[in-house]
Write a protein that binds this ligand. Structure first.
Ligand code: NAD
Length: 260
């Protein structure tokens, strides 16, 4: 049966590959991105988030089957705080009412294996409190600090997003409404986001020291698309609040026995 999917970050990388795969399977995709999408908005802003919900509702007559909150930035900047966490949460919460008419509603967010790295505690606290003003202020502080501090921004936003998913998935709004809500945690995927980090053999080796991927190494966005497609399909009715690491083994190596 043809379903209607909303994908943020649909103009590039993992989002584009997922839109392509779902389209090939006969589904309708409403893509959201800064540009070159069906709905062109900036998810760092309140205005952009509101316009996304309004334009998706208009395009779909207020009825969708799945949300894939995937847009993100990896730069060590405050904008990464705004889009990776608050943009993703606004996507999930803003579009959730449009799932009400679906016989198999689904939602997923793209976190990252970087959520496994130690976070910046002050930023994590502000994110989990939902305090965008404080989180952006801490993000701006980190952005202008030493590179090792600024580099904590990305992983911290992804840890907070994964926690938000786990905290919200079992609640009446999601599980109680029959909506499986989950996340994925990709390792290194060959997209424009990682192009500079994988451009030379030396750069790739250095990256794979940080992100060990013994199973088949760096992979393609289409490989992630298959997982996102399954998580948002009718076949997935019972996964609740899981962060599925698609990472060639980095979670198994980094967390080892500390999870089971
Ligand atoms: N590539 C990787 O190795 C990797 C690993 C783990 C997680 N991820 C996550 O996967 C997701 C997709 O990343 P990708 O690798 O496909 O990167 P990408 O840069 O190819 O695509 C990201 C898309 O998000 C969009 N976007 C960014 N800021 C936005 C904003 N303010 N409003 C609307 N759209 C915005 C961009 O325009 C872009 O099209 C991101 O959340 C990223 O953090 C990627």
């Amino acid at each position: 049966m043809s379903r209607t999917y909303v994908i943020t970050g649909a103009a590039s990388g993992i989002g584009a590959a997922t839109a392509q795969l779902l389209g090939e399977r006969g589904h309708r995709v409403v893509g959201v991105d800064l540009r070159n999408a069906d709905v062109n908005v900036d998810l760092t802003t309140a205005e952009g988030r509101e316009r996304m919900v309004a334009e998706v509702a208009t395009a779909t007559d207020g009825r969708i089957d799945a949300i894939i909150a995937n847009a993100g930035l990896a730069s060590p900047t405050a904008a990464t705080v705004a889009v990776n966490y608050f943009g993703a949460v606004a996507t999930l919460e803003g579009l959730r009412p449009l799932l009400a008419g679906s016989s198999a509603p689904r939602a997923v967010a793209t976190a990252s294996m970087a959520s496994l790295y130690p976070p910046d505690d002050a930023l994590l606290e502000a994110l989990l409190a939902g305090d965008e003003g404080a989180a952006l202020a801490r993000g701006a502080e980190l952005e202008t600090s030493a590179p090792e501090m600024a580099n904590l921004i990305y992983g911290t936003t992804k840890r907070a997003l994964a926690r938000w998913i786990r905290r919200n998935a079992p609640t009446p709004e999601w599980a109680g409404a029959g909506i499986p809500l989950n996340a994925i945690g990709p390792g290194v995927v060959a997209t424009p986001m990682t192009a500079d980090l994988t451009a030379t053999a030396e750069a790739r080796d250095a990256l794979l020291q940080m992100v060990p991927m013994p199973l088949n190494g760096i992979f393609e966005p289409r490989d992630v698309a298959y997982l996102l497609a399954w998580l948002t399909s009718e076949e997935n009715a019972h996964l609740c609040g899981q962060v599925v690491f698609i990472d060639g083994g980095s979670d198994a190596i980094i967390r080892g026995d500390s999870t089971w």
